[in-house]
Design a protein around this ligand. Sequence first.
Ligand SMILES: Nc1nc2c(ncn2[C@@H]2O[C@H](COP(=O)(O)OP(=O)(O)OP(=O)(O)O)[C@@H](O)[C@H]2O)c(=O)[nH]1
Ligand SMILES: [Mg+2]
Length: 452
Amino acid sequence: MEEVIFALSSPPPPAPLVLLRLDGTEATARFIDLMVESPPRRAEDLLPRIPLRVNLTWDADAPPTPAVAVVWKRGSSWTGNEGVEVALPGTPAILDGILARLEQVGARPATPGEFTRRAFLNGRIDLSRAESVAALIEAEDRTAVAAVRRVLEGEMARQIGSAAAKLLEVLAMLEAGLDFSEQEVESPGSQQARVLLEPVLADLDQMLGARSAGSVAGAIPRILLWGRPNAGKSSLLNALTGEALAIVDAAAGTTTDAVRGLLMESGREVEILDLPGDREAQGEVESRALERARDVVDADDPIVWVIDGSRDAAEIEQERASLPEEWRSRVRPVLTQCDRERFVDPQFLPEASRVSSKSGEGIDALRQHLVAWSARSAGQQRSDALRFNARQWQLVSTCRDRLSVAIVQADAGPELLVEDLKDALRHLEEVTGESTPEDVLDLIFSRFCLGK
Ligand SMILES: Nc1nc2c(ncn2[C@@H]2O[C@H](COP(=O)(O)OP(=O)(O)OP(=O)(O)O)[C@@H](O)[C@H]2O)c(=O)[nH]1
Ligand SMILES: [Mg+2]
C-alpha cells in the first residue's frame, strides 16, 4: 500500500497550464474526490491511458475547473504505482484550493525526488538512471543531454551490471570451493582467478578511461601525466596534490601502475593520473603495465608531457618529434626540475611551464593552469562517453583499486580473495543501487527538485 502523494511537475504557477501528478495505491480514488459535483464518479469510469476532460470541483461554491486527466494503472505508470496526471489552469487561487482539498481527502505533498525514488524502489529504473533524471534537469547544453540520455537508456547500468556479474561468478566459484573443500569441489586456483578477474579490471579501466569531463553536475575532468622514466612525473603528482601519493625514486621505472590524485582549485576538482614512464618493457608484468598506460593515454583526456629540464635541448626536441600526431592538440609540455643547476635555456620550448617539485617553484601556478585547461579541453566535448558523476566515479574507481589489489594478492589464499572481491563488488553495486544504503539514497534523492 503506497500513500498517495502529489506535486506539480511543471514550472511553478502562475502559468497558463500546469501538470499535477498523483501517485500511490488509491491515486484514482483521491482524484475522484476532486470531482464532488461532476461525473465520472467512479474509478471504473476512468479508462487507463485515455485522456479525459473533467470538471474539478474542489469546493461546492467555486466554479468548476476544466482539466484533462490521464489515469495510469498500477504497473504501467512511470513509477510503477497507480497514478493520475492532470493538466489544469495554473491560476494560483485555483491550485491552492485543489491542493488543499487533496490534503483534506488524505493525499500528501511529495518530497523532492519522491516520484523518482518510487520508480527506483519499484525496480522501474536503476539508481544510475534515477540520478540522470536530476542531471537531465540540470543539463546545460545538448552534449550534456546526449550523455545523460545514454545513462537514462540504461547503458551505465548494463556495463556496471556486466562487470558485477563477472565478479559474482568468480566469487561464487571461490566460495563453493571454500564451502565444499572436503568434498573435492574444484576451486579456481589463484592463477585461474587472476585469469578471470583481469578482463573485469580491464573493463573497469576502460569505463573509467572513457569517462569524460563535462558540464553534467558532478563530473570530474581528468589530466594524465606522461613522459620518460625518471622525468619527475610522480614527484610532480605529489607536489601538485600536496600528498605523498606516488613513490619517487632515482631508479627509472619506479611507477608501474597508474596512481590517482585529486587537484582542488577554486572549488573545482580535477583528477590527475600519474602513469608509468614511457619505455621499452622488460618482462611480462611491465609490458602489461605499459599496455594499460597506453590505453589510458589513447582516450582523449588532456596530457601533461613531463620533461626533465636538465636534459639536453636537442634530446627533448627529438622526444617531441616522436610524440604521436594525434596527441598534438591535447599535450601541454611541463619542464620540471628547474631547481637543478643545469636547466634548458628560457627561449627553449617557451609554451612550457617551468617548475620544480623539489623547491615548489611554479607549482601553484601550474595547478591553476591545469584546472582551467581541463575545463576547456577535448575530453569535454565528447558526447559518446559515459559520464559518471562524482559519486559514481568514486565507487567505480574504488572498486577498480580493490580489484587490482585482490589480483595482486590472489596468492594469499581464497579466503582473503573472497573478502577483497566482496568489497569490490559492494562498491560496484552501489552505483546502480543494488546495495545502496538508505542514507545514501536519502542524500541522492534530496538533490532533486519537487515534482520529479
Ligand atoms: N632536483 C630535483 N629532482 C627531482 C625533481 N623531480 C623529481 N626529481 C628526482 O628525479 C628522480 C625521478 O623522480 P620520479 O618522480 O620518481 O620520476 P618519474 O617520472 O615518476 O619516474 P618513473 O616512475 O620511473 O617513470 C627522483 O630521484 C626525484 O627525486 C625536481 O623537481 N628537482
Ligand atoms: Mg613515477
